[in-house]
Design a protein around this ligand. Structure first.
Ligand SMILES: Cc1cc2nc3c(=O)[nH]c(=O)nc-3n(C[C@H](O)[C@H](O)[C@H](O)COP(=O)(O)O)c2cc1C
Ligand code: SF4
Ligand code: SF4
Length: 281
């Protein structure tokens, strides 16, 4: 029997969840979706899991792209765990749709509310001290169900999310290519290159001793929260705000973006920055 979990993570919640489930399953490979999917096919696996955050009420785009290219055993027990802070939206539905296109059935789907990590929009909430133990508890319960190969229907988007998705999130997703325009790097940068190694999207390269943002950013927050000098900031100018606001109506998220110097940053307490540089374990 071969068990495999694929995860996408910015700040460690999804990696931690993968580890908790893997330790219950035993003998499980854990692979980051930053790997080339063609190098890690799941054709020989009996149990296949996908764990990922929720971005803008759906799956992170790099996770979608990875799974679309991944070969999967159609007879495998396949599970999905979405890790939103509150709103799961289409995150499981979208995965089920991609799998269906490959002739694969999603046997088990669930969501686990986690600490919200979008540092360039808000401070971590709810309080990690309170939320992390609750998340851990639910993960253990889910892990026990997965060990038994329980079937569970995945969560669907609410009617309100369905009605609002296109106007609220659609424009922002369309112009994701500009999402890293407002990032700044201060003179506190010590050229350590850690930000380039934690980025799950290979979006950062070192140029003249500083990271350069190459416009395929998922806004995952790994670089922001991992920098040992807190040198990465986010300075959204009126020009960038216009670029990010494809609808021209200042969508709610774009309106409130910014990263005050003193804002608290979040990384899952069980995950180190070294963990975030890994491709597999
Ligand atoms: C770009 C971005 C968009 C997000 N959108 C949502 C969302 O639509 N709904 C939600 O509940 N949480 C949202 N979050 C919060 C994350 O889904 C949540 O903090 C997640 O647990 C982070 O997982 P990670 O630590 O594995 O990266 C968003 C976070 C980011 C960075
Ligand atoms: S992690 Fe911070 S200090 Fe290190 S290279 Fe990146 S911006 Fe500079
Ligand atoms: S550049 Fe930073 S925020 Fe963007 S994907 Fe890479 S680590 Fe995440």
């Amino acid at each position: 029997m071969k068990n495999r979990i694929y995860y996408f993570t910015g700040t460690g919640n999804s990696m931690r969840a993968s580890r908790v489930i893997a330790s219950s399953l035993g003998d499980t490979e854990i692979i980051s979706m930053r790997t080339d999917p063609e190098e890690v096919p799941a054709t020989e696996c009996d149990v296949v899991g996908f764990v990922y955050p929720v971005y803008h009420w759906t799956m992170p785009e790099p996770a979608e792209r990875f799974i679309e290219k991944l070969d999967i055993n159609p007879d495998a027990y396949v599970f999905a765990i979405a890790m939103p802070s509150f709103i799961c939206g289409f995150a499981c539905e979208r995965l089920a749709e991609i799998l269906k296109g490959k002739g694969v059935t999603l046997s088990y789907g669930d969501m686990v509310n986690s600490v919200a990590n979008y540092a360039i929009v808000y401070p971590p909430f709810p309080s990690p001290k309170l939320r992390v133990p609750k998340t851990e508890k639910k993960l253990k319960k889910i892990a026990a169900e997965i060990v038994l190969k329980t079937k569970k229907d995945y969560p669907r988007a609410s009617r309100r999310v369905r009605e609002k998705f296109d106007s609220f999130m659609g424009p922002y997703l369309e112009i994701q290519v500009y999402a890293d325009n407002p990032f700044t790097v201060s003179d506190d940068c010590i050229s350590c290159g850690l930000c380039t190694r934690v980025c799950p999207c290979s979006n950062l390269t070192m140029e003249n001793g500083k990271p350069k943002f190459n416009h395929h950013c998922a806004n995952c927050m790994a670089c922001v929260t991992s920098c040992p000098k807190r040198a990465i900031g986010y300075n959204i100018t009126e020009g960038d705000r216009k670029l990010l606001d494809a609808s021209g109506k200042k969508t709610p998220l774009v309106k409130i973006m910014g990263l005050p110097k003193r804002r608290k940053l979040y990384r899952n307490p069980y995950i180190t920055t070294a963990d975030l540089t890994k491709n597999r374990e």
